[in-house]
Design a protein around this ligand. Structure first.
Ligand SMILES: Nc1ncnc2c1ncn2[C@@H]1O[C@H](COP(=O)(O)OP(=O)(O)O)[C@@H](O)[C@H]1O
Ligand SMILES: [Mg+2]
Length: 234
């Protein structure tokens, strides 16, 4: 399978603190990569770097669809088809559900995902489309965030802890929706606290520990003990 995203020897610094030390990984076209690791391992930093949000703090190479991304401004990367679902959802509180969704269309990328199709994916959003986004439950707000990202018709969707703090039923709904999303051929990087869920959903897995890759391969290739060792370092 061809690689859509190829990261090579990525280093990131926050002033004196180095957050990533020579990380290399790849995401196949249409593939799902589970990015796991303890708090502070560097998962969100990696996603931010891929989105072009850490300009001037990173070195190495990030190739997307064969093109070097490092050094490109974030809006260029959005236009190229990279969408980030940041931790904590980041909806516009004064806007309705539908107004929030329309923000997702601003990249003007056309494709499968349209307003009617995201409403079909998450029918509850159609029902609440005229309500302020912040009047929705946490799980419904996460659905708005996912739908908004889809409306930019990305080729690569970066999901940062999208199930954090949500009830198990909602988490199952969200993962079921991701399966449908994936069936449309887009590639996903899934940062997830629940390692088992992540590995069940993904094709490949990459574990970070203190800014370094400690395990990488097919999602079903590892025993629990190997993953625990890579995750905790002992
Ligand atoms: N904006 C920032 N300024 C300074 N240090 C940061 C910043 N964001 C993250 N860090 C540090 O970088 C490291 C990696 O953080 P992060 O990428 O958020 O990890 P994770 O998402 O895996 O929990 C941590 O040591 C964290 O404290
Ligand atoms: Mg994080």
């Amino acid at each position: 399978m061809a690689a859509l995203l190829e990261i090579d020897a990525l280093q990131v610094w926050y002033a004196d603190l180095q957050a990533l030390y020579g990380v290399s990984l790849q995401v196949d076209e249409g593939g799902v990569l589970a990015l796991i690791g303890a708090n502070g391992a560097g998962k969100s930093t990696l996603l931010a770097a891929v989105c072009g949000l850490l300009e001037g703090r990173s070195s190495g190479s990030i190739r997307f669809a064969g093109r070097e991304l490092l050094g490109q401004p974030a809006h260029e990367l959005a236009r190229a088809g990279i969408a980030l679902l940041p931790e904590g959802r980041m909806l516009f509180p004064s806007l309705t559900v539908e107004e929030n969704l329309r923000m997702g269309t601003l990249t003007r990328r056309s494709g499968y995902w349209t307003l009617p199709r995201v409403y079909e994916l998450f029918p509850v959003l159609a029902e609440f489309r005229l309500r302020p986004a912040t009047a929705l439950s946490g799980g419904q707000q996460q659905m708005v965030a996912i739908a908004r990202a889809l409306l930019s018709n990305p080729r690569l969707l970066l999901c940062d802890e999208i199930s954090l703090g949500l009830a198990p039923l909602v988490v199952r709904q969200i993962y079921a929706a991701l399966e449908q999303v994936r069936a449309q051929g887009l590639s996903i990087v899934l940062v997830e606290q629940e390692v088992q869920r992540a590995c069940q959903t993904a094709d490949s897995v990459c574990c970070l520990l203190k800014g370094r890759v400690t395990l990488q391969g097919a999602a079903n290739a590892f025993e629990y003990a190997q993953i625990a060792q890579a995750y905790f370092g002992h």
